[in-house]
Design a protein around this ligand. Structure first.
Ligand SMILES: NC(=O)C[C@H](N)C(=O)O
Length: 543
């Protein structure tokens, strides 16, 4: 079953309740089928309220949802499939449900109905419509011509947009569609004689190369549309404006593709991919980052396999709907990733959680690690406040330098957060009283001081040693087991939202919002503003 599917269920067993229940279901939530097949609305209600993840609410709050589901007219029957064995593709399924919903009746009782992940509910214009009507009917949200969903798409804000792509082809092709966004990196590079033979990106080379890749002609591969940015960049030249561009381009083309592959350089891939996982809230489609250590035109390049596997993961029948990195033989969660090797082909690691999938002779997925389905429409947060500094302490450093930097940063307004990579579990020399006072001063000046660890694996545990406890008392916040990439991007995202206080941001550091930190039940959420509570509510269910 798709990981976020707007499914239509029929209460076919009980003659009194032959009405349609439309609900959001996931691979994990087979129990919704029991809801659909429950003999009475009350049994269904109780089942629904106990369905983890989809509706983790008490019966009282499940009641309006349940009643809302019953409002949808018509009669449909749904089946689900776990094996992703083809059959009704997303596009075909959407066609079916579109027609079924428009006519408000099931064309063939017992027929399999599926919609693309979140398609009906992932568009702002649809969400706006829904908001305007207190009790809306699904058919009103659908376009007149179910063959052309582009007409409900809000005009894109981005310059780059592919409006001509329809959700299903006239020829009935069942291939998935993947949009490849190419920003540059070694994959696109060749030695440049004008730069003394140093590698630099070659515009158009990737597209030319793809035309000769026989792998892409295989029926099991998706249809690929490539968008190459200009100029192509070494990833060291990429930053928050490029992240925002990528996020907005994904949003602008969101309804037209089953998945997205971002090709970029490896040097800052972990940062970009992590940033995108925060910027794309409620993501319901796969976004897979990849690149290579060797240019694609070289015979021994790792680019072809990385690209092919990224395309496969972006178009799986049971997609992994989050931002990920595929490299060498592993698919890892973006906001858990770090580049760990400059020379090896296995260049990325996710030190504190296992890979989401590994590729050998077969693809082995760690289903228990996947994020729960998104519970709202896709939202892009393209404002990242990167007024932060990450510093790695070394024994014998002069803490006066730190004091000067903090003072200057606070006065000029160019510093809002300081990430300190400390020793072990988050310790700093306690003999340096000045350091603790300096950090105390920083928090008083409104700078968020975050303790990270210099170790590759493991977590900060600030209260564990007296040396760390002193920092905790000074107001230093723990980054727990987040990577430096996740810590800095999360702070930039939270500060960029503009609706959270410093205290709320610091409290959210231990809350998993995109699966970036291991959830710690020992840290209860304090009551704060509604934006904060929303973020907390969303985050607490994530791994
Ligand atoms: N392997 C690579 O792609 C490294 C390159 N310098 C980049 O990050 O763009």
């Amino acid at each position: 079953m798709q990981s976020l599917v707007a499914n239509a269920f029929a209460f076919s067993k009980c003659s009194c309740y032959k009405r349609v229940c439309s609900s959001i279901a996931t691979r994990r939530h087979h129990s919704l089928l029991s809801v659909a097949n429950s003999p009475s609305p009350w049994t269904g209600l109780i089942l629904l309220s106990s369905t983890r993840g989809v509706c983790p609410r008490p019966v009282t709050t499940a009641l309006p949802l349940y009643i809302g589901l019953l409002r949808v007219k018509g009669r449909m029957t749904s089946t689900t499939k776990d094996d992703g064995s083809g059959g009704s593709s997303k596009r075909n399924g959407n066609d079916t449900i579109a027609r079924a919903l428009t006519k408000s009746k099931c064309p063939n009782p017992g027929q399999s109905l599926q919609t693309p992940a979140g398609l009906l509910f992932q568009n702002d214009s649809i969400a706006d419509l829904a908001r305007q009507r207190e009790s809306y009917e699904l058919e009103q949200l659908l376009p007149k011509d179910p063959d052309n969903f582009t007409e409900v798409v809000k005009p894109p804000t981005s310059e780059f947009f592919i409006p001509q792509v329809k959700l299903h082809d006239a020829d009935g092709s069942t291939r998935k569609r993947v949009l490849v966004l190419c920003t540059g990196g070694t994959l696109t590079m060749a030695p440049n004689p004008e730069k003394d033979g140093a590698l630099s990106p070659v515009p158009g080379a990737l597209t030319d190369y793809l035309k000769s890749m026989v792998e892409l002609t295989n029926d099991k591969m998706p249809d690929v549309v490539v968008h190459e940015y200009s100029p192509l960049l070494d990833s060291s030249d990429m930053g928050p404006p490029d992240w925002a561009l990528l996020a907005n381009d994904i949003k602008a083309n969101y309804l037209h593709f089953d998945g997205f592959v971002v090709l970029m350089g490896t040097d800052t891939m972990a940062f970009t991919a992590t940033a995108l996982s925060f910027m794309l809230e409620n993501l319901s489609k796969p976004v897979v980052f990849t690149g290579s250590q060797i240019p694609i035109a070289q015979p021994h390049s790792d680019a072809r396999r990385n690209l092919v596997m990224a395309l496969i993961f972006a178009s799986r029948d049971v997609p992994i709907n989050e931002v990920t990195i595929f490299f060498h033989d592993r698919l890892i969660r973006a906001c858990r990733s770090s580049k760990v090797n400059t020379g090896a082909l296995k260049a990325f690691d996710s030190p504190n959680i296992p890979p989401l999938a590994t590729v050998g002779i077969t693809i082995n997925e760690n289903h228990h690690l996947f994020l729960p389905p998104a519970r709202g429409v896709l939202r892009v947060h393209d404002k990242m406040d990167t007024r932060l500094l990450a510093l790695r302490l070394v024994p014998g450093f002069d803490d006066q330098i730190l004091r000067h930097m903090i003072k200057a940063g606070a006065e000029s307004g160019s510093l809002r957060a300081l990430v300190l990579q400390l020793y072990g579990t988050g310790n700093a020399p306690s003999v340096k009283k000045d350091l603790v006072t300096c950090l105390e001063e920083a928090t008083e000046l409104g700078i968020l001081v975050i303790a990270a660890t210099q170790c590759h694996r493991g977590s900060v545990m600030m209260g564990h040693y007296a040396t760390g406890k002193a920092l905790e008392r000074a107001g230093v916040v723990s980054s727990n087991d987040m990577t430096l990439e996740a810590t800095s991007c999360k702070v930039a995202y939270l500060m960029g939202r503009g609706d959270l206080t410093l205290q709320e941001i610091s409290n959210l550091m231990c809350v998993s919002m995109r699966g970036e930190v291991t959830h710690n039940d020992a840290l209860p959420p304090p009551p704060f503003s509604s934006a904060y509570q929303r973020a907390m509510r969303k985050g607490r269910h994530y791994y």
